[in-house]
Design a protein around this ligand. Structure first.
Ligand code: PXP
Length: 238
C-alpha cells in the first residue's frame, strides 16, 4: 500500500498573495498529519514564491512524520538542505516562468553534475529522489547516479483521457517494475486527484504518492484534515 505525501505549497501561495502571516503552512502541516499524511512535502523555489526559508526550518522542528524537501539542484539549495537535514530531498527541474513543475528532471544529460550533487547530500545522511518522466533512459541514469528513490511524473497520465491515459498508465507500471529491478524505490505524483488516483495507487510497489493541488482544493470545502483522510482512504482501499 502506498503512503501519502501531502504537498502544502498552496497554503503558502494563499499567504504570499497578501505577503502576510496567514494561512501558515506549518499549522496546516499539523492538520495534514492528523488526517493521515505520512509525509509533508514542500518546494523551496529559487524565487520563494510560496514556501519560505522560515517554513522549512519550523516544519523540520514540528512535524511528526517525514519532511520531503523539493528543490532544484543548485548550490544555494545544497547549502540550505545540508543545514536543514530533511528526511529526504526530491530534485526537480525549475523554471522561473512555470506555474508548477513541468516535466521531469533530465538526469540522463546531467549525469556527472548530479552524481556529485547526490553524493554530497547522501554524505549528510539525506536520502535523495529524482522527479523524472517514466522513461527507461532516465530511470537507468538515476540508478547509475545512486539516487535512493525516483518519483515518476504522473502529469501526463492525469492530463490524458481514454486510450491515451491507458498507454501512459502502462508506461508508469512498466517504469515502476524496471526501477524496482534496479533497486530504486518508486514514488509518484503530479496531477493526482480524487478521480484518478486509484489506478496509480493500485500499482504494486509504489512507495509513496505526492499530492498537493487536489487535496488543498478539496480542503476549501471540507477542511484539510478531512481532505487528507479522504485521499488516504482512496489510496488504502485497493
Ligand atoms: N511531485 C512533484 C515533484 C511536484 O513538483 C508536485 C507539484 O508541486 C507534486 C508532486 C504535486 O503535484 P500536484 O500539486 O499536482 O498534486
Amino acid at each position: 500500500m502506498a503512503t501519502l505525501g501531502v504537498n502544502i505549497d498552496h497554503i503558502a501561495n494563499v499567504r504570499q498573495a497578501r505577503q502576510t502571516y496567514e494561512p501558515d503552512p506549518v499549522q496546516f502541516a499539523f492538520l495534514a498529519e492528523l488526517g493521515g499524511a505520512d509525509s509533508i512535502t514542500v518546494h523551496l523555489r529559487e524565487d520563494r514564491r510560496h514556501i519560505q526559508d522560515r517554513d522549512i526550518f519550523l516544519l523540520k522542528d514540528t512535524i511528526k512524520t517525514k519532511l520531503n524537501l523539493e528543490m532544484a539542484a543548485t548550490e544555494e539549495m545544497l547549502k540550505i538542505s545540508k543545514k536543514l537535514l530533511p528526511d529526504y530531498v526530491t530534485l526537480v527541474p525549475e523554471k522561473r516562468e512555470e506555474i508548477t513543475t513541468e516535466g521531469g528532471l533530465d538526469v540522463k544529460n546531467k549525469k556527472s553534475y548530479l552524481k556529485d550533487y547526490v553524493s554530497s547530500l547522501k554524505n549528510s545522511n539525506i536520502e535523495v529522489s529524482a522527479f523524472i518522466d517514466p522513461e527507461n533512459e532516465q530511470i537507468n541514469s538515476s540508478g547509475e547516479i545512486g539516487f535512493d528513490f525516483i518519483e515518476l511524473h504522473t502529469g501526463r497520465y492525469a492530463e490524458f483521457k481514454g486510450q491515451e491515459q491507458i498507454v501512459e498508465l502502462s508506461k508508469i507500471i512498466e517504469s515502476t517494475y524496471h526501477a524496482n529491478d534496479l533497486g530504486l524505490i518508486v514514488n509518484a505524483g503530479h496531477g493526482l486527484n480524487y478521480q484518478n488516483v486509484k489506478k496509480i495507487a493500485s500499482i504494486n510497489n509504489i512507495n509513496e504518492l505526492n499530492i498537493g493541488h487536489s487535496i488543498v482544493s478539496r480542503a476549501l470545502a471540507v477542511g484539510l484534515k478531512k481532505a487528507v483522510s479522504e485521499m488516504k482512504a482512496l489510496i488504502s482501499t485497493n
